[in-house]
Design a protein around this ligand. Structure first.
Ligand code: PLP
Ligand code: COI
Length: 339
């Protein structure tokens, strides 16, 4: 079957693979890891994950390197973030070792779906955790399930590494000022669907959200963080309503390694007038250059790429990150788990 996959033509979608791995939490402890060849789960109709939104997830990738080996990028960071999300929603926290063992198992069992080196595709790993105990009172559940499935994917934005247009839509927020934005909670994405669809219909690849309290500062870019290059510095929003992106953290380190100053701070919307480059960054988005930002309600337009090409710093950062993930360059920070 793998012979039939057009690796280079993959988009960011779901393709069935051979196995997924699962683990259940009950009576105060996590059980044994189970392997399943079914893409379905049997869930109680009163499960807290279904009606009170006790659902969190992660997203990470495995790559086939130049040397043929499989590398999982920043496995432990994703394990830690899932624990933070669980803490936020009063769910059971998955031990880091259990998470890592399950991810490695899911990748190994589906090794034939790890796209070949040079295809531009990767294996997307999606851990999901949700409340499974039956209750109707609004209180944290006592039982949870963690499922990890994988699927081969291509670029998140159809255009690949080409600047796209994004927009600011001031009548929408995806999270509240002191809400769940800093955790990877399914409900945040539900809240972003209407704005996202509207933006797509208008020809934009994503929505750039502003801080939900004052609507003065940049927050994040749909399912990705935002960074810009200004006066040669890497600037990215500091905000407690955005997801702490592991890709952004990695790019900040690479920027420092390249001798750039890194500033994590409030970025006022007006600053978009003075930036040289911008991009959306995340596991799915990698570093997707932004060519133009339109503020729909004010009519302001910020044109960042006049020639339709990505900026030099964004390109250098993108290439460096990919080279580490693909084993082309030394992984000096120890980010890859090599299988
Ligand atoms: N912000 C949001 C809302 C996301 O969904 C994601 C994707 O995971 C990111 C940022 C990027 O995070 P990461 O780089 O860890 O994938
Ligand atoms: C990711 O980049 O891993 C994401 O989760 C983004 C999106 C597909 C939800």
């Amino acid at each position: 079957m793998d012979n039939e996959i057009d690796w280079g033509g993959l988009s960011f979608g779901y393709l069935p693979t051979d196995y997924n791995v699962r683990c259940h939490y009950a009576d105060g402890k996590w059980g044994e890891i189970e392997v399943s060849d079914s893409p379905f789960i049997n869930v109680h109709i009163a499960a807290t994950g279904l009606h009170y939104g006790q659902e969190i997830f992660e997203g990470l990738k495995a790559f086939r390197g130049k040397d043929g080996k499989i590398r999982i990028f920043r496995l432990e960071e994703n394990a830690k973030r899932l624990r933070e999300s669980a803490k936020g929603l009063l769910m059971a926290q998955v031990p880091i070792e259990l998470f890592c063992e399950m991810v490695i198992k899911a990748v190994k069992l589906n090794e034939r779906f790890v796209p070949p080196y040079g295809s531009g595709a990767s294996l997307y790993i999606r851990p999901i955790e949700f409340g499974t105990s039956a209750q109707v009172g609004v209180k944290p559940g006592s039982e949870y399930t963690l499922v990890i499935f994988v699927t081969p994917v291509g670029p998140y934005f159809k255009s690949g590494f080409k600047p796209t247009k994004i927009c600011i839509m001031r009548q929408y927020d995806r999270v509240a000022p002191r809400g769940t934005g800093r955790w990877k909670v399914g409900g945040n994405y539900a809240a972003s669907l209407e704005a996202g669809e509207k933006a797509h219909e208008m020809g934009y690849s994503a929505v750039l959200y502003l801080d939900p309290k004052e609507k003065k500062y940049l927050d994040e870019c749909g399912p990705a963080n935002f960074f810009a290059i200004k006066d040669g510095a890497y600037i990215t929003p500091a905000s407690d309503s955005i997801l702490p992106s592991i890709t952004n953290k990695s790019l900040m380190q690479l920027a420092r390694d390249m001798g750039l100053e890194v500033q994590q701070r409030h970025i006022a919307v007006e600053e978009l007038n003075d930036i040289e480059e911008a991009a959306a960054c995340g596991t799915a988005a990698v570093a997707s250059p932004i060519g133009e930002i339109d503020d729909i309600d004010t009519g302001d337009k910020y044109v960042l790429s006049k020639d339709g090409n990505p900026g030099p710093v964004t390109t250098a950062l993108y290439n460096k990150l990919r080279a580490i993930q693909l084993g082309e360059e030394e992984d000096v920070h120890g980010w890859n788990t090599i299988l």
